[in-house]
Write a protein that binds this ligand. Sequence first.
Ligand SMILES: Nc1nc2c(ncn2[C@@H]2O[C@H](COP(=O)(O)OP(=O)(O)OP(=O)(O)O)[C@@H](O)[C@H]2O)c(=O)[nH]1
Length: 200
Amino acid sequence: LVAALGVDSLPCSRLQVMLVGDSGVGKTCVLVRFKDGAFLAGSFISTVGIDFRVRDALGSIWDTAGQERFRSVTHAYYRDAHALLLLYDVTNKSSFDNMQAWLTEIHEYAQQNVVLMLLGNKADAAHERVVKREEGERLAKEYGVPFMETSAKSGMNVELAFTAIAKELKHRTMKDEGEQKFQLQEFVKKETRSTGCCGF
Ligand SMILES: Nc1nc2c(ncn2[C@@H]2O[C@H](COP(=O)(O)OP(=O)(O)OP(=O)(O)O)[C@@H](O)[C@H]2O)c(=O)[nH]1
């Protein structure tokens, strides 16, 4: 997992990362893209409850069901998560409107110091886009969370999202206080700028 996350070592053992957000926003696809470098096109198989796609001795990345009926199952896992990737779909307005409810839920069930990142997925689908990048940026700013747009289809920013949270977790658990503090927000801003995130 540590290698998959793109860092050399992670002092904190049993790291848990979770992907959350409405059904159909692309959580499973983002994780499959990260893990296998592939895109699951075509038929959409909804996740049931909770499913882990990446696991080793050091930790796991959990894919959760977005459907309301599984919510009580996923709540139970929130408090063990060290990091949460919260996704909406840029082609689905209600998935974006639901972000506030998700953020409230995270606040209620997750650990106070959980590493959180907001992702606007399906950025490749330019013609179907209904949520502007600026709207995502505004919401993220309001809640003080880092933000980027991703595409499981093209792979845009998928690895970067996992690398950014892994770097943040690594720096948080580092014993060496002399090390300069890692700034997740700054890292994300710089990296998304340098990769030119929205070239569609
Ligand atoms: N164009 C485009 N389609 C995507 C992208 N990511 C996912 N999809 C499509 O969106 C649909 C839903 O993707 P999933 O990854 O299964 O969604 P999910 O969030 O895991 O859904 P639940 O398991 O029900 O919570 C699938 O048909 C995917 O092919 C993307 O980045 N771009």
